[in-house]
Design a protein around this ligand. Structure first.
Ligand code: ZN
Length: 173
């Protein structure tokens, strides 16, 4: 490390903080970026800044989105009456990768976890109830995790929905 100039060391340090990137890979990436034309390196830097500036949560389902509504909420081909409830945007991404689900999503933003001081009010559950009503949702698929928190979050939501005219199914995620 010591033989690198400060600016290179700085880049290596930041790259090495990324998950799955060790010191060696960080050095290799830094050397690669160093050898690229300035325009390529600029585009890489700009894409990071641009993503952070544009990225927000979909105002309807709370997925990551560049716009007020995400691509899935905006897609008229998706089934409108079925919502899959997941913990985090990454969970939605893995269900999307499987390609098996044609409905839309609702992202809770976490799980109920009394140990961490996270209760139902800290999640997007009120928003879910509002959507069920406003969008006349007919089926809810609870796809939270299979650990204790995921199970109790699914049980809590199923309990809240028991009195409503909506079909609730549970799948392991
Ligand atoms: Zn959305």
């Amino acid at each position: 490390m010591e033989y690198y100039p400060g600016s290179v060391k700085n880049l290596i340090r930041h790259l090495a903080r990324l998950p799955g990137i060790g010191q060696k890979t960080a050095e290799r990436l830094a050397m690669h970026i160093l050898q690229q034309p300035a325009e390529e390196a600029n585009q890489l830097a700009r894409s990071i800044v641009d993503m952070k500036k544009r990225l927000r949560l979909c105002s309807r389902c709370f997925a990551l989105s560049d716009d007020a509504l995400c691509r899935i909420c905006n897609d008229p081909a998706r089934e409108q009456k079925v919502l899959c409830v997941v913990e985090q945007p990454a969970d939605m991404a893995s269900i999307e990768k499987s390609g098996a689900f044609r409905g839309r999503y609702h992202i809770l933003g976490g799980v109920i976890s009394p140990m961490d001081g996270i209760g139902p009010d800290d999640l997007k559950i009120a928003e879910l109830l509002e959507r069920i009503e406003q969008e006349a949702i007919e089926e809810i698929i609870l796809a939270t995790g299979t650990n204790v928190e995921g199970e109790s979050t699914a049980a809590y939501i199923a309990g809240v929905l028991a009195a409503r005219p909506v079909k609730v199914t549970r799948i392991a995620s």
